[in-house]
Write a protein that binds this ligand. Structure first.
Ligand code: ADP
Length: 489
């Protein structure tokens, strides 16, 4: 069943309405206009003939002047014949009324000698032509003045001069032929209309099917991808719209593939990272077991190594858990208004003992007091990771500088160091999970490669940005920019 909400149903209805409405309106318009026009035309034709006849009447003195008829013999017969012909031709009746409102001639022969004083006749004597159509009874009635052309036929206003009117012709003709013609026309128009309706219906069915076909193709292609028959990008170039839909779908597919790839890579990396300490522990334990009489010092030394491998395993798991937490939704943020200066002081206080071990000087420059809406735990993670890295990847006797500043919209937390720096080709990757510039060096230092990934996620959750600049061998600078006011989206 076709649903009304479907594009196909809408195209079908649209074509139907656009096609049928003018068709029906046109039939009614043509038929009713035809009737009006035919009546008008007939009135004009009959009026013209009556005028000619009226002139004949006057020129042949047909009418009795002042009530006394002057018989003119033959010509009278001729005019009577003309009148008969006219009334036969138009299936009508012509009455000639003289100035005394007396009927001098009636083609029906019933009213001759009678007096007719009707509104139309009086008006006609006053110079006004009247025609009237009565569709109910099926006749047209009209009056024609019989003008004496020898007198002044028009007055000074250009109107008919009543003094020149010698009599009036009162004519009524049947409209049967018009009605018949209208019926024939109506029937033909009706047949045409039915043919048109069938044609439009067929066109609507065909077009609605053809026009929506590309959308079906899009669905089929997407289904094929979903069901796993194809993982190729799809293409339906029929319409600009389908190209847009398909493009959007292909982008989504690409993103999902990338996501899937990165997940797989992440799982592989996690397994590998977790396996490394385990392998070391196994090797250490095996070599102890292999020696029957291993001295106690060797045991002690190996056990220390095993403990440090377990610590490392622990560290990796802790970082992984932190990262997984970051991947959760933004709703988990616990936003509070926080004094960032105090927080920085606290973090630096915690990290100074580590810096002291490497004889790294940590300097804090607070340009202005900053209070911002942030999640305290995540903000602590960001700051700790950056400052810790700046200390870890520093040279002995180096320095770390932390600058806190703000404008009316954002606050900036900048950590620069005099450390080993990051090679240019690695800059784009350092925030990836498990990425380390120099694996062996980083391991020695105790890094898991997850710190910056965690930091970046936490910054993005605050709708902030993290930018890194670095020169290898000279030092690095990490700049965090976070809005002062948190706006939930
Ligand atoms: P890790 O736990 O190994 O420190 P991070 O994600 O914090 O992992 O850092 C990723 C890599 O980026 C590090 O292994 C290191 O090579 C490089 N790196 C991070 N911070 C700095 C820095 N301040 N100076 C030089 N290299 C850095």
């Amino acid at each position: 069943m076709i649903k009304l909400r479907s594009l196909r149903a809408r195209i079908f209805l649209l074509i139907l309405v656009i096609g049928l409405v003018p068709c029906i309106v046109m039939r009614h318009g043509i038929v009713s206009n035809y009737e009006d026009m035919a009546v008008e035309q007939r009135i004009t034709v009959v009026q013209n003939q009556l005028m000619i006849l009226a002139n004949h009447l006057v020129s042949n003195n047909y009418l009795s002047s002042h009530g006394v008829r002057e018989d003119t013999g033959n010509s009278r017969e001729v005019i009577n014949a003309e009148l008969e012909m006219l009334s036969n031709l138009y299936e009508g009746r012509v009455m000639i009324i003289n100035k005394n409102f007396k009927v001098e001639k009636d083609t029906y022969g019933i009213s001759e000698g009678k007096t007719i004083i009707s509104e139309e006749v009086i008006k006609c004597f006053q110079g006004e032509n009247i025609s009237h159509y009565d569709p109910e009874h099926g006749y047209i009635e009209m009056t024609t003045p019989i003008m004496d052309t020898t007198a002044n036929t028009t007055d000074e206003n250009g109107k008919k001069n009543p003094d020149a009117i010698r009599g009036v012709m009162l004519t009524s003709i049947s409209n049967d032929s018009i009605v018949n013609a209208r019926e024939v026309l109506n029937r033909k128009a009706y047949i045409m209309e039915v043919i048109m309706i069938v044609a439009i219906l067929a066109l609507a069915i065909l077009l609605s099917r053809v026009l929506t076909m590309p959308f079906n193709r899009v669905t089929q292609a997407i289904n094929a991808v979903r069901e796993g028959f194809s993982d190729e990008t799809i293409s339906v170039p029929d319409y600009v719209e389908t190209v847009h839909i398909v493009d959007a779908f292909n982008q989504l597919l690409k993103r999902m593939k990338a996501l899937d790839d990165s997940r797989q890579e992440f799982v592989a990396n996690v397994s590998h990272e977790l396996k490394t300490p385990m392998t070391s522990i196994k090797v250490l334990a095996d070599s102890l077991l292999a020696q029957d009489d291993a001295p106690a010092e060797l045991y002690r030394e190996f056990m220390e190594d095993i403990t440090s491998e377990i610590d490392r395993e622990n560290q990796i798991i802790t970082d992984l858990l932190a990262l997984v937490k970051m991947d959760k939704k933004v709703q988990d943020l616990n936003i509070v208004s926080l004094n960032i200066n105090d927080l920085t002081e606290l973090i630096l206080k915690r990290l100074r003992p580590i810096a002291r071990k490497k004889d790294v000087e940590v300097v804090f420059e607070s340009v202005r007091p900053v209070v911002a809406e942030v999640d305290e735990v995540k903000m602590t993670l960001i700051m700790t990771n950056l400052v810790e890295n700046a200390i870890k990847y520093n040279k002995d006797h180096g320095w770390v500088k932390v600058v806190l500043d703000a404008d009316h919209q954002y606050f900036t937390f900048e950590v620069s160091d005099s450390g080993i720096g990051i090679p240019e080709e690695s800059l784009a990757h350092i925030c990836e999970r498990f990425y380390r510039v120099d694996k062996s060096h980083s391991r020695e230092i105790g890094g898991t490669g997850l710190g910056l990934a965690i930091t970046k996620s936490a910054v993005l959750m605050h709708k902030g940005s993290l930018t890194v600049t670095s020169t290898e061998g000279q030092g690095s600078c990490f700049l965090v920019k976070i809005p002062l006011m948190y706006i939930a989206s």
